[in-house]
Design a binder for this molecule. Structure first.
Ligand code: TYM
Length: 334
């Protein structure tokens, strides 16, 4: 509890181009609920180097991501928006938590298995302990709530287990966080393969809508989206492509799947795909415009980056000092 409000933490990796899945599954919800909480939104650049990165490109993407947070509607005066690598407590707490996490737990993480298979030439220790750094991110700020898409649930469960384990040993040190999953858009699938999640790292660019795609590209990708031969807009397991398009439509318009089925009763897939494309455009166009404006304002962004890193450092130190004391590190001499 900070300033009488509960605390919210979330983050995104500055890896690849952000997709509509990242926006609808996470960023959009962050904006909706941020007023109710004391918030920390991190650009988790330390997570990004678990996979090989081009340094200049990582720096550029990190700044783009931070700017996008603001463009999406998070006011940096009210929300602490910062780079993970600027706050030393993340790495320090991660080390301590590594000593309270079991190899068996990390071995079960499906994201590790997926990434290890994808990057077989670079299965580094950081990739393996990635979820511990994520736990440190969250526990460092005593977060009550963590808004994420469904794919991060397993990591969040592990975070809770680590927090409970630590609290059982040392008393009530950490707040045990809850996930916040949005009503619509918590798992957006690829437009080319609705069995696969829409992902920044998909080799097929037609499967993902990128937040910076231009209008023609967005409409074209929706026109090409994989559907089925049922010719009926229905929200069901048997029509995963259509179901995914309905999810996207609902997340952008606030309508329910039932309302959407009614709206497109008797209409063909062509009309429906067009409507989904238009709905996405109406959300992404203002975002892109605000992004372009903000990007011109270098001094403003630099000030946000500096001031919010200091703020995050201040709050994170409170937890870190407490944890260091609990595990038996010697007091600092002032
Ligand atoms: P990342 O960067 O892969 O994704 C950022 C957020 O977007 C959500 N997301 C999706 N939601 C719906 N449909 C999709 N297709 C989709 N793809 C991605 C993710 O669930 C996530 O909420 N490990 C995290 C980053 C992280 C983090 C944290 C998150 C590091 N520390 C602490 C929360 C709290 C990750 O790789 O997310």
């Amino acid at each position: 509890m900070l300033d009488g409000k509960k605390t919210l933490f979330s983050g995104m990796q500055a890896t690849g181009n952000l997709t509509l899945g990242n926006y609808l599954g996470a960023l959009k919800n962050w904006v909706t609920i941020s007023d109710e909480y004391q918030t920390f939104f991190s650009v988790v650049d330390m997570h990004s180097i678990t996979v090989r990165q081009d340094p200049a490109e990582l720096r550029r993407r990190a700044r783009t991501l931070l700017t996008l947070y603001i463009a999406a509607g998070l006011d940096p005066e009210k929300n602490c928006i910062y780079y993970q690598s600027h706050v030393s407590g993340h790495a320090e707490l991660a080390w301590i938590l590594n000593c309270f996490t079991y190899m068996g737990e990390l071995n079960r993480m499906t994201q590790f298995k997926d990434k290890a298979a994808k990057h077989a030439d670079n299965i580094n220790a950081g990739l393996f302990t990635y979820p511990v750094l994520m736990a440190a991110d969250i526990l460092l700020y005593q977060a009550d709530v963590v808004p994420v898409g469904i794919d991060q649930m397993q990591h969040l469960e592990l975070t809770r287990d680590i927090a409970i384990r630590f609290n059982n040993l040392y008393g009530e040190v950490f707040t045990v966080p809850e996930a916040y999953i949005g009503k619509a858009g918590a798992k957006i699938m690829s437009l080319q393969d609705p069995a696969k999640k829409m992902s920044k790292s998909d080799e097929n660019p037609n499967g993902s809508i990128y937040l910076m795609d231009d209008p023609d590209t967005i409409i074209r990708k929706f026109k090409r989206a994989v559907t089925d031969s049922e010719a009926c807009v229905r929200y069901c397991e048997e029509q995963p492509g259509i179901r995914n398009l309905i999810d996207i439509y609902c997340a952008c318009t606030g309508k329910t799947p039932q309302e959407t089925e009614k709206e497109f009763e008797g209409k063909g897939y062509g009309d429906f795909k067009m409507a989904v494309g238009e709905a996405v455009l109406s959300v992404l166009k203002p975002l892109q415009e605000r992004f372009a404006d903000l990007s011109k304002n270098k001094d403003y962004l630099d000030r946000v980056i500096k001031e919010n890193a200091q703020k995050a450092q201040y709050f994170s130190n409170k937890t870190l000092r407490k944890v260091q004391k609990k595990v038996g590190f010697p007091d600092r001499i002032r």
